[in-house]
Write a protein that binds this ligand. Structure first.
Ligand SMILES: Nc1ncnc2c1ncn2[C@@H]1O[C@H](COP(=O)(O)OP(=O)(O)OP(=O)(O)O)[C@@H](O)[C@H]1O
Ligand SMILES: [Mg+2]
Length: 261
């Protein structure tokens, strides 16, 4: 049997000693797309940040294991985690603008990140960036690269964050509401690009979204979170056709079209 790309076992995560996420078990295969849905504050971002070793100092994984390609991430030191983040596990942040450094241009940040991961050839980085920018409708990549984050709109910064995560072609990509700041046309382009990444490189993608239409369209499996727990988890079709939880039913009923697909 193929080794899971990611396996979370009985995860419990707390902030300041207060458990916020409890008893989460899930498994992703290579190339699988997992949709994570759930109301605001249910612990979706917390779960992702913990998996990537990115909890702030108030946060702690109290219990459980995080196996990435069979290796327990909990056992890794900060340096090993840093090397892993980017080319192995990538992340599109919920609010990409604030994840960018405000006093350095997008280009400087992009080149530096790529250099840290062994991509020294700036022209090659530039070529890759241009191609990705173009695909998600960021037309003038010269201007983007020469800009500081505050000179760009929210939606532009969001797309910069998407490009920064995708350009390293990670094996597992976490996308925390990647499209919420974007208009619908661009949302569709981003969804298309993520699926292209999966098809081309076998990237596993865990996408947090409030848009059940996006989940229905792209996800193989769906996990529903409520108050720090996984209340529903299964194949997307099964969950959408026969939701067990009232919360999931309400989400789906808000988008009647997807039932008729
Ligand atoms: N850095 C932090 N310190 C303390 N508590 C936190 C921190 N980050 C999140 N929390 C708390 O943990 C809970 C889960 O938050 P989280 O951000 O994971 O929710 P979410 O499901 O991603 O919500 P949203 O859909 O609004 O993004 C919330 O009660 C939140 O207040
Ligand atoms: Mg969140």
């Amino acid at each position: 049997m193929q080794q899971p790309l990611l396996e979370l076992q009985n995860m419990e995560i707390s902030y300041d000693g207060q458990p916020m996420v409890t008893g989460v078990n899930l498994k992703m295969k290579q190339g699988e797309i997992l949709g994570i849905v759930g109301e605001s504050g249910s612990g979706k971002s917390t779960l992702i940040r913990a998996t990537m070793g990115l909890l702030d100092c108030a946060g702690l994984v109290n219990r459980g294991d995080i196996f990435y390609k069979g290796q327990n991430v909990i056992d890794l030191d900060a340096e090993a985690l840093r090397t892993m983040r980017g080319p192995e596990m990538g992340m599109i942040f919920q609010n990409c603008g604030s994840a960018l450094c405000p006093i350095r241009t997008i280009g400087e940040q992009l080149y530096e990140t790529m250099e840290q991961h062994g991509f020294k050839d700036r022209q090659e980085v530039r070529r890759r960036a241009d191609t990705l920018f173009n695909k998600i409708n960021l037309k003038d990549s010269e201007r983007i690269l020469n800009s500081y984050p505050f000179e760009l709109s929210g939606g532009m910064n969001q797309r910069v964050g998407i490009v920064m995560a995708m350009i390293l072609e990670p094996d597992l990509l976490f996308a925390d509401e990647p499209t919420s700041a974007l208009d619908v046309t661009v949302q569709a382009q981003v969804v298309k690009e993520m699926m292209a990444l999966r098809d081309e490189f076998g990237t596993g993608i865990a996408i947090v979204t409030h848009n059940i239409g996006v989940v229905s369209y792209m996800a193989d499996k769906v996990a529903v979170m409520c108050q720090g727990r996984l209340v529903e988890y299964g194949d997307t079709r099964d969950v959408i056709d026969d939701p067990q939880e009232a919360y999931t039913r309400a989400l789906i009923q808000a988008v009647p079209r997807i039932r008729r697909r």
